[in-house]
Design a protein. Structure first.
Length: 126
């Protein structure tokens, strides 16, 4: 099974902060082919730029590629953007595109602690 990681889950996993991740999510991470939405890659870099993370996005991805087999999703942006047009429950472009990415890839599970995402995307795992 594939599963997407949202931005904070990827950051916590790469930082070794697994206590912040639910046991259900940890199990899903262990048994899934992990994908990172391309929008989460951008959000990770912005978190670094505003000093809410100490690690650049590419370094997080490299670490998770090596340790967890994660890959950045390669779906075309036009496909994801089209799916995002229907995500009018939020004005947050990151959440909108991250959820749309999972939906565009066969309604894939999304591992996220975000309660707003979970309220609007039934395939959210936490």
């Amino acid at each position: 099974m594939i599963a997407y990681l949202d931005t904070h889950t990827a950051l916590w996993l790469a930082s070794g902060m697994t206590k912040r991740i639910s046991s259900r999510a940890i199990k899903a991470i262990g048994r899934s082919e992990l994908l990172l939405p391309s929008m989460a890659l951008i959000e990770l870099e912005i978190l670094f730029e505003i000093r809410r993370s100490q690690v650049r996005a590419q370094d997080i991805v490299r670490k998770l590629e090596h340790e967890a087999g994660l890959h950045v999703c390669e779906l075309p942006f036009s496909t994801i953007a089209s799916a995002a047009l229907n995500e009018n429950w939020t004005r947050d472009p990151f959440d909108r595109l991250i959820v749309a990415n999972a939906k565009a890839n066969g309604f894939a599970p999304l591992i996220s602690a975000d309660e707003n995402i979970a309220a609007h995307y039934p395939r959210t795992l936490w």
